[in-house]
Design a protein around this ligand. Sequence first.
Ligand SMILES: NC(=O)c1ccc[n+]([C@@H]2O[C@H](COP(=O)([O-])OP(=O)(O)OC[C@H]3O[C@@H](n4cnc5c(N)ncnc54)[C@H](O)[C@@H]3O)[C@@H](O)[C@H]2O)c1
Length: 338
Amino acid sequence: MTKLSPLRVAMVGCGNISSNYLAHAPIYADDFAIVACCDLDGDRARAVAETAGARALALDDVLADPTIDAVLLLTQPASHAPLALRAIAAGKHTYTEKPLATNRGDAEAVAAAAAACGVLAGCAPDTFLAAPFQAARQAVANGVIGEIVAVSMTSMYGTPETWHPDPSFLYAVGAGPLFDMGPYFLQLLEETVGPVSSVRAATLSARPTRTVASGPLAGTTFTAETPTHVSAVLELERGGIATLVASFEVPAHRMPYFQIHGTAGTLDLPDPNQFTGETMLHLPGVEPRALANTGGVPGRGAGLADLARAVREGREPRASAARGARLVATMEAILNAS
Ligand SMILES: NC(=O)c1ccc[n+]([C@@H]2O[C@H](COP(=O)([O-])OP(=O)(O)OC[C@H]3O[C@@H](n4cnc5c(N)ncnc54)[C@H](O)[C@@H]3O)[C@@H](O)[C@H]2O)c1
């Protein structure tokens, strides 16, 4: 059997999350290899390239290099769509960190451009591919909890300025608790119970001025440009109502992350921002039990690895840009409704 060569990937954006992709890359060595690193900050690109055993390249050189098959975009959200469109026009497959774009029009343009140019475009999150979430999807499909009545989603991870060294982009238009963390929840919602048909919402910003807590910028302040607390009610196409609370206002909470309630029982899913944990099944009069975790993926990079296999197999990636565009459309509708 001939061993197929892995997709040769240039990582564009060498900031906070890049080390996580590099740490997991060896798991997916049969599917992709990070061969080049690129950043507006050339020193940063060179340092990360050295760690990765890759070349440091400028973006124009990445796009002109015929030995590079794909671009992994790990820049801030406002540049996702413009950079993805450039990469697609250069004939590169693309995989973009979430969100795909900061507005619906740009997100749909990326998905359409990839289709028109004959390349594949994918988008994080890829956590929904992990075993506990696939087990939940299967249980819903098998009718284990009956008809879906409600889904409750709580995205409260504290305030990013306490841990990110340069967090203002997380409070810019196209980020905030909804666009930054909402994709993990809304993608899992679509994966387990299907599409949303309509939304209602209310938002607020209790503390629009934030102070950076760590790194060289510690002590500096910035202003949130987007709501920092979002409550949404989402009607499901299949019937049933989901609620999402996404907040950068609440320092700590004890609510479950993601529960699916049916006429016969409840599924309690683990943190949608992780690849680990178990989905618990609660049925009346029965001791709660964990669903079997089978066939999941081990960690970040799974979506890019699947895109690499999709290139070989001539199919759409599971974490596709089309899917990413649907998430952006739902999130934009939530903000417009508030
Ligand atoms: N930090 C996390 O824990 C985390 C987790 C999951 C997803 N993400 C997502 O990953 C993306 C990046 O987040 P981050 O925290 O790593 O940001 P970051 O600010 O730490 O890093 C972004 C990097 O991109 C570079 N950059 C910006 N524009 C560029 C361009 N045009 N060409 C080349 N380089 C460019 C910047 O110089 C910077 O080094 C975001 O979409 C975020 O939502 C982050």
